[in-house]
Design a protein around this ligand. Structure first.
Ligand code: NAD
Length: 352
């Protein structure tokens, strides 16, 4: 799974050639926001190598991340006689990537997919690692498959049109990645905060490259989440619970930021993390305009949601803690009282 980092689409044909894909049909699959913005520019460069280039859009939004949206893509592919030699290019955020990837995993028992993510969250996280799927009966990502992309092509130029809230949501995953595995990158982020917030193209490209590299290295060592890959769930157990409690009205990366802070409280409560480092994490989240509090929440309800999260092993929550910035580990002995204390630390107005 090769990753490309560019700030335009010009390198896309060469990436396909390098992957040995140079003929047949391609479906450029976006959503009703990304396809009007980037469908034609992407299709234009692909016309040189593909016999047929087709464009398809899902309705935008998590509420459309379901089997019936995927079915409409199956029908589109079937109508145009797509066969096993043909390719899907997922051109959008994590919702498009997950659904187009799942359609590719299952159409004709599997065709090739290339991920071309257009949100910060998708560039640093969801497009890497081959997890695909849809939401089902109120549960997120309940139905899915592992299906590795042929390659991932990040065009950081597309982030120019991303709404501010979506950019800051992606920052939640960026900070989480540095906390779990790269102390040098953490320092770099703090030193370059101004340039990143100003969307300086070079700073953003470097940030995407370094964050994606953290996930890529972990996924290569543990593709099916048998062990180490779980570290990427730092901030996600309480984060997902908050997301569910807020009925998905709070952006995912913001919930991850709150969850990462909660993990810091548990780690510090165990005496593993210094108060100074915990404060540094909270300050950095604030610096990047991320929430460090979930507002007024019902502790028992959040606790209940953490138990229904998928990240359980034999009935125990596999929680991710960190003992310094840049080093996370899996703990399966986090108690309900520790969770309650962390949940109350992230409730209220965030004045900690
Ligand atoms: N597969 C994985 O490993 C993995 C990991 C993390 C998250 N996810 C999934 O990712 C999804 C969230 O992804 P997301 O945050 O990218 O949300 P998203 O795909 O819904 O995109 C957010 C919004 O931004 C719009 N958009 C996308 N790119 C744009 C651009 N360049 N300019 C303007 N608008 C643009 C989209 O149309 C959408 O309205 C969730 O469904 C989550 O479950 C998957």
């Amino acid at each position: 799974m090769k990753l490309y980092f560019e700030n335009n689409f010009n390198g896309l044909p060469a990436a396909f050639t390098e992957a040995g894909i140079r003929s047949g049909r391609i479906a450029v699959v976006g959503d009703t926001n990304t396809l009007p913005l980037y469908g034609e520019p992407a299709a234009d460069v692909l016309k040189g190598i593909f016999r047929e280039v087709h464009l398809f859009a899902f309705p935008a939004g998590e509420e459309h991340k379901n089997l019936s949206s995927v079915e409409s893509l199956y029908a589109f592919l079937l109508d145009r006689h797509f066969d096993r030699k043909d390719v899907i290019l997922a051109l959008g955020g994590g919702v498009v990537g997950d659904m187009a990837g799942f359609a590719a995993a299952t159409y004709l028992r599997g065709i090739r997919v290339v991920q071309c993510p257009t949100t910060l969250l998708a560039q640093v996280d969801s497009s890497i690692g081959g997890k695909t799927g849809v939401d089902f009966m109120g549960y997120k990502n309940m139905i899915g498959a592992f299906h590795m992309p042929e390659f991932v092509y990040m065009n950081t130029g597309t982030l120019a049109t991303l709404p501010e809230e979506q950019f800051s949501s992606g920052m939640g995953e960026v900070l989480k990645s540095a906390v779990l595995g790269d102390a040098d990158f953490w320092k770099w982020l703090l030193a370059n905060a101004g340039a990143i917030k100003d969307k300086d193209p070079d700073a953003v490209l470097t940030m995407v490259r370094r964050t994606a590299g953290i996930k890529e290295a972990i996924v290569l060592r543990d593709p099916k989440e048998q062990g180490e890959r779980a570290l990427l769930n730092l901030g996600h157990t309480i984060g997902h619970a908050v997301e569910k409690y807020r009925d998905f009205s709070m952006p995912h990366g913001h919930c991850v930021a709150v969850g990462t802070a909660a993990s810091g409280y548990i780690s510090a409560g165990r005496g593993l993390l210094s108060r100074k480092e915990l404060d540094e994490v909270i300050r950095a989240e604030r610096l990047f305009d991320l929430p460090v509090s979930a507002g007024t929440i019902d502790t028992e309800a959040i606790l209940g949601f953490t138990k229904s999260d998928k990240k359980m092993s034999a009935g125990r929550i596999r929680f991710i803690l960190f003992d310094r910035i840049g080093h996370a580990f899996i703990a399966d002995d986090v108690t309900d009282d520790e969770l309650r204390r962390a949940i109350s630390a992230i409730s209220g107005d965030g004045s900690l």
